[in-house]
Design a protein around this ligand. Sequence first.
Ligand code: KG4
Ligand code: ZN
Length: 372
Amino acid sequence: MLRQPKTPLSDLTVLGLESSCDDTAAAVVRDCTGEPPEIMSSVVFGQTDLHADFGGVVPEIAARAHVEKLDLAAEEALHRAGLALSEVDAIAVTAGPGLIGGVLSGVMLAKGLSAGSGKPLIGINHLAGHALTPRLTDGIGFPYLMLLVSGGHCQFLLVESPDKYHRLGGTIDDAPGEAFDKTAKLLGLRQPGGPAVQAMAETGDPDRFGFPRPMLDRPGCDMSFSGLKTALLRARDGLIAEQGGLRREDLADLCAGFQRAVADVLAEKSHRALAEARQGGAPLTAFCVAGGVAANTELRARLVALAEEANLPFVAPPLSLCTDNGAMIAWAGLELFRLGHRSNMSLSARPRWPLDTSQPALLGSGKKGAKA
Ligand code: KG4
Ligand code: ZN
């Protein structure tokens, strides 16, 4: 049997560490020529309970939990993969953007592991981890359009290679997940707000309150979600003043109206981003979506329809790989390692780190940390 000569970079196994927000995660990913990549293990320790009483992620609590658990996550990931650290080819770690305490604990651990084992170290942009996941799960080629929509992020990225991204637009204030969470809080629903608002919206009338569609009247792909939350607050207070409280039907209508407005904005801006991404350059291979809000059924149906209309495959990684995890960092590390990227002991933790360095960094900082 004829065999491809094995080049040093054809078969790679990478350990990935993620600690930039409220998930402490580690994973081992292997990629061998001619076979689909394999997630050999993926360990995620969530922190939802630790932050539950505070209505958002508390950076100090998050950082301490990462320090306590990240080494255990790494050990467990290696154990489940059946590998010793000496058997991986590289150690990839989220080096930003995110909550600095958490990012720092990841970078410090990765440096320690790298120094102790002699394995190469690669600092990964967390957003690149999300953006490259459709290649891990679905093997798609470049270029593709990615809508990243979570509790901390909201942006359109034209992904041209593992180290080349063009940011077409994004939120100028809240991320949609953050807006869902705040809406749930205003209406006394449980956290995380997205699933709670979605469930309540099922029986509601989305047109009752006429919520705004911020920034649809402006050209381009930038978005804003903080005004929607204010509109919802006003509608809620109006109802309370009028009737002395909220009926279940009111809650359903408020949730349905809010969800429809978010979906309308994201769908219209996705339509524009697709048109922009298709101008010039190589044809797109897919329209991809990642992040926790991608789980929203109304939004997802709209995005699927858009992709169909644009005659493009719609790729949404499974939710466990859409939300923060170590496998996406290991995979991004693997792809960048192949391109020759390496970090050294001067790798620093960056609270902000735009993927597309030709664009100005965004303003503000979200509940879940600095926006990229
Ligand atoms: O990606 P993710 O797990 O964490 C980061 O933000 O990094 O996203 C979590 C966000 C939360 O704000 C949550 O409310 C939202 O995703 N989410 C949803 C749904 N499921 C989760 N938002 C709308 N509809 C959903 N079904
Ligand atoms: Zn993330």
